[in-house]
Design a protein around this ligand. Structure first.
Ligand SMILES: Cc1cc2nc3c(=O)[nH]c(=O)nc-3n(C[C@H](O)[C@H](O)[C@H](O)COP(=O)(O)O)c2cc1C
Length: 209
């Protein structure tokens, strides 16, 4: 495949995977490639935690689902809606052949003497992790692997940290499900017209006058 095909054909794969096991070495090789992503100050704050033990994975998903239930009850959602959400999260995360938790290690971020710059540094860290995840998802395709990025750990940070006994500097950001896809062709979701996202500053400045 050309680079353009890798970039345009990557899809968020949210449907069942094949039961085939994904070799650990394959995942490790892809993670090694994702280390070449750019990061602010070359801090490389990404940490990839492979949930390789089913009991731990199940404990974690049960804990996260308890938090999800609480949040949705607080939002006033119906029992059937809550059950539906919990069941789909459970099957997405427990049935994926590989589940990776991605964290940012805050310990490598620069420390400033004011809150504003510390907040900026935090954002830089998140952007850096996101760039590495993007490399990873794109590279998975080389081996015919499908994947999806999920935000659930961000919404259950304390549970994730406690269940996995993570260092306190780890900030949970995402899950990535990985496996060989049952269905190879997924219809790409619509992209915006590029005229909506591409803006020339000269026009903005002209409008101000
Ligand atoms: C930061 C981020 C968070 C995401 N979180 C979720 C999520 O929690 N659940 C989900 O189903 N998809 C999630 N996705 C996948 C998006 O839904 C998907 O990228 C988008 O619909 C575009 O589809 P595509 O990736 O196939 O191009 C996330 C993607 C990103 C980049």
């Amino acid at each position: 495949m050309d680079l353009i095909d890798y970039l345009k054909n990557r899809r968020s794969y949210k449907i069942p995977f094949e039961k085939t096991t994904v070799k650990r070495e394959l995942i490790e090789e892809c993670i090694k490639v994702s280390q070449w992503a750019p990061s602010a100050h070359n801090s490389q704050p990404w940490r990839y935690i492979i949930l390789d033990d089913l009991d731990t994975r199940t404990n974690l998903i049960n804990g996260m689902n308890a938090k999800l239930r609480k949040d949705l009850e607080y939002d006033g959602k119906s029992e059937s809606f809550i059950e539906g959400k919990i069941n789909s999260t459970r099957s997405q995360f427990l049935n994926a052949p590989v589940l990776i938790l991605v964290c940012m290690d805050k310990i490598v971020l620069e420390n400033y003497s004011d809150d504003e710059r510390n907040e900026n540094e935090f954002v830089l860290g998140v952007m850096s992790v996101a760039s590495s995840i993007t490399y990873l998802l794109i590279y998975f395709q080389k081996y015919g692997l499908a994947s999806c990025w999920y935000s659930a750990p961000l919404f259950a940070k304390k549970i994730v940290i406690d269940t996995l006994n993570l260092p306190s500097s780890f900030f949970p950001l995402a899950f990535i499900t990985v496996g060989f896809p049952e269905i190879k062709e997924i219809k790409p979701p619509k992209r915006n017209f590029y005229e909506e996202i591409l803006i020339y500053a000269s026009k903005l400045v002209k409008n101000k006058k």
